[in-house]
Design a protein around this ligand. Structure first.
Ligand code: NAD
Length: 468
C-alpha cells in the first residue's frame, strides 16, 4: 500500500491521519492520501504567501522558463501519472482515457507557458502617458473535481504560475493521488512554496470551504458542481476574492434534418460519452429532427454497441466504470426514470460494481429527469422535435449554459442557430472539443469567468493603470 504525501513549502507532509483512495474498476485501495486539518491549510497558505514575495518579482522570461521546466518534468512522468489517474479515476489508459488526459495536460501546460501579458500603452501623447499593467494577485487557491484530475489541475496551476502567483491546490477526495504526485514532481523544478498541495475528505474540516474564506487566499479557481460553486462564491464575498468558477452543464445537441446519420454517429457518440459522460461539457441531451430521428437513433446505437467497456488497466478497454458510488446511484436513478417513460435503445440496467453500460434512451421529453438534470454519466436521452425554434427554446430552457452543438451540412445555417444558443461554447458537427487557445467558460449558472488563452490568463491578474 502506498502512502502519498502532501507538499507544503517544498517538503513532504503526511498529515495526522489518512484516507483510502479506491480503484473504481476493482474496489481495491490504490493508495492512502493524507487527511489535512486546518493547521495544514494555514501552513500551506503561509508557505505560498512567503514564496509569492520572490516569485512575483521574477521577470516574464524567468516565469516562462519555469513553466516550461514544469511542462518538461510532467512529460517525463506522463506514463506514471496516467497509470495513477486510471487507478484512482477509473478511466482506461487508452482511447480518450488517461494517456490522452496527460497528452492534453502537456499541450495546455506548453501553450500556457508561451503566453504573456505585457504592459499595454493606452496613451502616449502631449497630454501624458497611460500604461496598463497586469499584476499577480498573490496566493491562488485551486479546488478541483474528480473527472479529469491532472488536466484540470494543470488548467488551474499553469496560468497562476505564469502570471507570478503562487498556489495551494486541493484535489477532490475521490482522486487526490495523481495531484499529490503531480505537485511533488513540479516541486523538483520550482522554488519551495510556489505550489503546495493539501488533501482531505469533505467531512470534518472541509478544506474547500476553509480555502474559500481564507483571508490570505486572493483568488479561488474552482471546477465542480453548481451547488458547491455557489457555496464558494458566498464564502468568498467577505474577503473579496477573485473567482473563476467552472461548474456543471446540461449541454444540448441539436441535429438538423439535412445530416447524414451514419457520418455523424461517431461524433455524436463521443460528444455524449467522452470520459463515460463524466465531462462538464459533454452532450447531455440530444434533440433530433423528426425526419432523421429513427436513422440517427439507429446509427448512434450501431456505433455505441461496439465500444469495449472494462477495467481501466486493460489495454483493450475504451470506457471504464463510473468513478464513485454517489455518481453511480445518481445515474441509476435517472436511467430508471428514463426507462419507465422512454424507449431504451441500449443498456439501461446497472452492471457489476461501478460499471454501468452505455445507455441510450429515445422518446423522452423536456421535464423528464434524465433530460432536465445533469446525469454526468454514460446515459444519453434523445428527444424528437419538428420545429427548430422549439428545439432552440428547449436547449436554452436550462439554468446551465456551458456548451452546445448543432449538427448540419449547412454550416452557415448551423452558425446562425449557434448564435441563438445561451452557452459559453457552441460546436458545429462536434461537441466538447476544447483547445488551449480558445477561452472556455459557462454562462448563467454554469460559471463565472473563463479559462484558457489570453482571456483566461488575465483572470489571474489585477489591472493597474499608471498615469504619467
Ligand atoms: P463537487 O462540487 O462535489 O466537488 C468539487 C470540489 O469541491 C472537490 O474538490 C470538493 O472536495 C470541493 N468541495 C466540497 N465541498 C466544498 C465547499 N463547501 N467549498 C469549497 N469546495 C468544496 O464536484 P464533483 O462531483 O467533484 O465534480 C462534478 C461536477 O463538476 C459536475 O457538475 C461537472 O459538470 C462539474 N465540472 C465542471 C467543469 C467545467 O469546466 N465547467 C469541469 C469538470 C467538472
Amino acid at each position: 500500500m502506498t502512502n502519498f504525501s502532501m507538499t507544503i513549502d517544498g517538503k513532504p507532509v503526511s498529515g495526522q491521519d489518512t484516507f483510502p483512495v479506491k480503484n473504481p474498476s476493482t474496489g481495491e485501495v490504490t493508495g492512502l492520501a493524507p487527511q489535512a486539518n486546518l493547521a495544514d491549510l494555514d501552513s500551506a497558505v503561509a508557505a505560498a504567501k512567503k514564496a509569492f514575495e520572490t516569485w512575483s518579482l521574477k521577470s516574464d522570461e524567468e516565469l516562462q522558463a519555469a513553466c516550461e521546466a514544469v511542462t518538461a518534468k510532467m512529460g517525463e512522468h506522463a506514463e506514471e501519472l496516467a497509470t495513477l489517474v486510471t487507478k484512482e479515476q477509473g478511466k482506461p489508459l487508452n482511447g480518450l482515457g488517461s494517456r490522452w488526459e496527460l497528452g492534453g495536460a502537456g499541450a495546455w501546460a506548453g501553450y500556457t507557458s508561451g503566453l504573456s501579458l505585457p504592459m499595454k500603452t493606452l496613451q502616449d501623447n502631449n497630454e501624458g502617458t497611460v500604461e496598463l499593467h497586469r499584476k499577480p494577485l498573490g496566493v491562488v487557491g485551486s479546488i478541483t473535481p474528480w473527472n479529469f484530475p491532472v488536466l484540470i489541475a494543470i488548467w488551474h496551476i499553469m496560468p497562476a504560475l505564469r502570471t507570478g502567483n503562487t498556489v495551494v491546490i486541493k484535489p477532490s477526495p475521490y482522486t487526490p493521488l495523481s495531484t499529490l504526485r503531480l505537485v511533488e514532481i513540479m516541486n523538483e523544478v520550482l522554488p519551495a512554496g510556489v505550489v503546495n498541495c493539501i488533501t482531505g475528505d469533505d467531512e470534518g474540516d472541509n478544506l474547500g470551504a476553509a480555502m474559500s474564506s481564507h483571508p490570505d487566499i486572493r483568488k479561488i479557481v474552482f471546477t465542480g458542481s453548481c451547488a458547491t460553486g455557489q457555496k464558494v462564491m458566498m464564502s468568498a464575498a467577505e474577503t473579496m476574492k477573485r473567482l473563476t468558477l467552472e461548474m456543471g452543464g446540461n449541454d444540448a445537441g441539436i441535429v438538423l434534418p439535412d445530416v447524414d446519420p451514419k457520418q455523424i454517429a461517431e461524433g455524436l457518440f463521443w460528444g455524449g460519452f467522452i470520459n463515460n459522460g463524466q465531462t462538464c461539457a459533454a452532450m447531455k441531451r440530444l434533440y433530433v429532427h423528426e425526419d432523421v430521428y429513427d436513422a440517427v437513433c439507429n446509427e448512434l446505437v450501431a456505433f455505441a454497441k461496439n465500444i469495449p467497456v472494462g477495467d481501466g488497466m486493460s489495454e483493450d478497454s475504451v470506457l471504464g466504470p463510473i468513478q464513485n458510488q454517489m455518481q453511480f446511484d445518481k445515474v441509476s436513478r435517472l436511467v430508471k426514470s428514463g426507462a419507465e417513460k422512454g424507449r431504451v435503445l441500449l443498456g439501461g440496467e446497472p452492471g457489476e460494481g461501478l460499471f454501468f453500460p452505455v445507455t441510450i434512451i429515445a422518446d423522452l421529453e423536456d421535464g423528464d429527469p434524465l433530460v432536465d438534470e445533469e446525469q454526468f454519466g454514460p446515459a444519453l436521452p434523445i428527444i424528437k422535435y419538428s420545429n427548430i425554434e422549439d428545439a432552440i427554446k428547449s436547449a436554452n430552457d436550462s439554468t446551465n449554459g456551458l456548451g452546445g452543438s448543432v449538427w448540419s451540412k449547412d454550416i452557415a445555417k448551423a452558425k446562425e442557430i449557434a448564435l441563438q444558443m445561451e452557452c459559453g461554447s457552441v460546436w458545429i458537427n462536434k461537441h466538447g472539443a476544447i483547445q488551449p487557445n480558445a477561452p472556455f467558460g459557462g454562462v448563467k449558472s454554469s460559471g463565472i469567468g473563463v479559462e484558457f488563452g489570453e482571456e483566461g490568463l488575465q483572470e489571474y491578474t489585477d489591472v493597474q493603470v499608471v498615469f504619467s
